[in-house]
Design a protein around this ligand. Structure first.
Ligand code: EPZ
Length: 417
């Protein structure tokens, strides 16, 4: 396994190109299964999760080719409808193929995803929505077995605006007979990216960016050329790193509209944010104010930025309360941050961060994708050397991380453990 070795204390300076969003790319790859032909996905990030999704759809009979950041997915002839446990357990977004396969061929056998580092992460809303469209759902030895000779439009209210459930149900609904109204859907930019691409493919979906989607079923969808939106969480991660290291960084290609709450909180913390035609400039003198944060559905403060915000607040004067409403157990990074000298106390789903703390290098361990990112940010600000192990978590969601941080002046390298 690889580890990262970081000599901290360098203010980050320069510009970093924000990659395409992981959480927008994965649904688009599933959507490509709905069209007989070659779908081109541009600005696709080079990430392990994207590779995994490619393996899942290849197992179904699609052909996936990558040329730099452009992916060609030929789903002309699908010859299998099973997404196996050994792939789905490594990446829960594989379950998106359930909705896509039902939309494409009316049947699917998809492994139930496992839990993850911070909780069970059920998919009950996915299944209720797909059943509402008329699919028969059985559970067989850990697999979802779905059968839907003909999906019928319906009115369905999501119990929670789940991103994954919205995506999965939408992929099944676009070809369902008649009209489908989905209420209380997720409004994340990644969902809007999918809605727009599905409409470009010939779907009839109204209500993008709102909590209600109205879908008129169509007979077929066509392959298209589409593009992935920039990754708002990658951008937020580099913003937090610039903020904590008293840096001056231009986030090239970042979309401010997708980060409104994070930018507002960063400004409140004393970080200077300038939106330019090229992206978002982040300037910090390292003098940070403590700012409380509570995660929420979009456009609230993203849970995927919670860990990074805790790290940023270790450098802020005063006490900050960071509450995760979406994933109450998503704090595996806290004990690792404390090894670096962070002063954090936990009570239920609230982290109480006392700052500022002078972080000091240590050996720490990644536990999940965004937790790893929070350790990298801390290590970049800490004095001395930090070794971060199990960085395969990082490789799932951050493209060329050590290269990008090196270009900003960080002393960071990857070593084999
Ligand atoms: C997506 O996961 C993202 N993953 C996650 O990002 C992100 O943390 C999450 O949305 C919340 O924004 C991808 O887009 C691939 P949810 P998802 O369904 O779809 C509950 C990252 O770091 N729920 O919106 O799984 C669930 O338990 C990853 O890139 C149900 O109860 O999230 C959670 O409490 C980590 N039943 C809440 O909803 C369901 O059927 C939000 O989950 C589905 C969800």
């Amino acid at each position: 396994m690889d580890k990262l070795v970081i000599e901290g204390g360098v203010p980050l300076q320069g510009e970093v190109r924000i990659a395409g969003a992981k959480n927008a790319t994965l649904p688009l790859m599933a959507a490509a299964l709905l069209a007989e032909g070659k779908t081109i996905v541009k600005n696709a990030p080079d990430l392990f999760d994207v590779l995994t999704m490619g393996r899942v759809i290849e197992r179904l009979g699609a052909d996936v080719q990558r040329h730099d950041h452009t992916m060609e997915i030929d789903a002309t002839s699908l010859d299998n409808f099973e997404a196996p446990y050994e792939l789905v357990k490594t990446m829960r977004a594989s379950v998106y193929v359930l909705g896509a396969l039902l939309g494409r061929c009316g049947k699917a056998r998809v492994s139930l995803p496992g839990g993850c580092a911070w909780g069970p992460r059920p998919i009950d809303i996915h299944l209720k929505g797909i059943q509402a469209l008329g699919a028969e759902i059985d559970l067989d030895h850990g697999y979802i077995v779905a059968d839907a000779p003909k999906l019928k439009g319906t009115r369905f209210f999501l119990d929670f605006p789940s991103v994954g459930a919205t995506i999965n149900i939408l992929l099944a609904a676009v070809k369902a007979e008649g009209e489908t109204v989905l209420e209380n859907v997720a409004r994340e930019p990644e969902v809007t990216n999918l809605v727009r691409v599905l409409n470009k493919m010939g779907a009839k979906i109204e209500g993008e960016k709102t909590s209600t989607l109205r879908i008129t079923g169509v007979d077929g969808l066509n392959p298209v050329t589409c593009s992935v939106i920039p990754d708002r969480i990658e951008a937020g991660t580099y913003l937090a790193a610039a903020g904590l290291t008293a840096g001056d960084v231009l986030l090239l290609g970042a979309e401010p509209e997708h980060l409104t709450m994070v930018l507002a909180k960063a400004a409140e913390a004393g970080i200077k944010i300038t939106v330019t035609t090229e992206g978002i400039r982040v300037e910090s003198d390292g003098n940070l104010r403590s700012v409380d944060v509570e995660t929420a559905i979009y456009p609230g403060f993203a849970t995927d930025m919670q860990a990074q915000w805790i790290t940023l607040m270790t450098g802020a004067h005063g006490v900050s309360l960071i509450t995760d409403i979406i994933y109450p157990d998503r704090f595996t990074h806290v004990p690792e941050l404390m090894r670096l000298g962070a002063r954090i106390s936990m009570k239920d789903n609230v982290a109480r961060v006392h700052g500022p703390s002078q972080l000091r290098g240590a050996q720490v361990m990644s536990t999940d994708l965004r937790a790893s990112a929070s350790l990298v940010i801390a290590a970049l600000a800490a004095s001395g050397r930090t070794d971060i192990s199990r960085i395969y978590h990082l490789d799932r969601g951050y493209e060329r991380l050590e290269e990008k941080f090196s270009q900003l002046g960080a002393r960071i390298k990857r070593e084999h453990e």
